[in-house]
Design a binder for this molecule. Structure first.
Ligand SMILES: Cc1cc2nc3c(=O)[nH]c(=O)nc-3n(C[C@H](O)[C@H](O)[C@H](O)COP(=O)(O)O)c2cc1C
Length: 191
């Protein structure tokens, strides 16, 4: 059976969905299977897909400096799995988008990393050096926001999903590739 990466995300206005789809494309680039799960309408079949996945990538917009309320509802719904250690040794990572360049999105990624650690999962970082930090850099650079814990994006609040930049989508795609590559290496070793 192939390696499967589940992308468990919430999106209020479509920006996070664009990133989730980019992560999915990166997973496919690495030759693994991706499952997109919108956690605000999660079904029993999708819970089973999360339980079966080798890796879970968490995604949410940054709302009021943290993951959205809908994502937090989902996270709290994982407590029985936490108690059963059901997700122990799965690979994990995360991504977020905010209206501001900073917008406190690091806090959202840190929250995802703590959620993963509560479950005994193995957090995978972005592994991209910061872009857009020299006279030769630009907003078109990969990892233009210079975040390393996961993938971060900025999208104008007065625009729809088309506001997600190519650079940020490519950064999320990179994360998908990296998580899938690590999950493939882990398969049959840690779990
Ligand atoms: C309730 C609410 C809270 C927000 N809080 C923040 C915030 O703390 N920092 C920020 O930069 N943007 C904030 N934003 C803007 C969103 O992060 C931004 O519009 C994001 O792209 C929305 O993603 P989505 O379309 O997937 O929901 C907030 C938006 C809403 C609706």
């Amino acid at each position: 059976m192939g390696t499967t990466v589940a992308i468990a995300y919430h999106s209020g206005f479509g920006h996070t969905t664009v990133l989730a789809e980019a992560v999915r494309d990166g997973v496919a680039d690495a030759g693994a299977d991706a499952v997109l799960i919108a956690v605000d309408g999660i079904t029993e079949e999708e819970w089973a897909a999360l339980d079966a996945a080798d890796a879970i990538v968490f995604g949410s917009p940054t709302y009021m400096g943290s993951a959205s309320a809908a994502f937090h509802v989902f996270a709290e719904s994982t407590s029985k799995r936490w108690a059963a250690r059901a997700w122990k040794d799965k690979v994990a990572s995360g991504f977020t988008v905010a209206g501001a360049m900073n917008g406190d999105k690091l806090h959202t990624l840190q929250y995802f990393a703590i959620l993963a650690s509560q479950h005994g999962m193995h957090w995978v970082n972005l592994d991209l050096t910061p872009g857009w930090c020299s006279s030769t850099g630009s907003e078109h650079d990969l990892n233009r926001l210079g975040i390393t814990l996961g993938a971060g994006a900025q999208a104008n609040t007065d625009q729809g999903p088309e506001a997600v930049t190519k650079a940020d989508a490519e950064t999320a795609r990179h994360l998908g590739r990296r998580v899938a590559t690590v999950a493939k290496a882990f398969a049959g070793v840690a779990r």
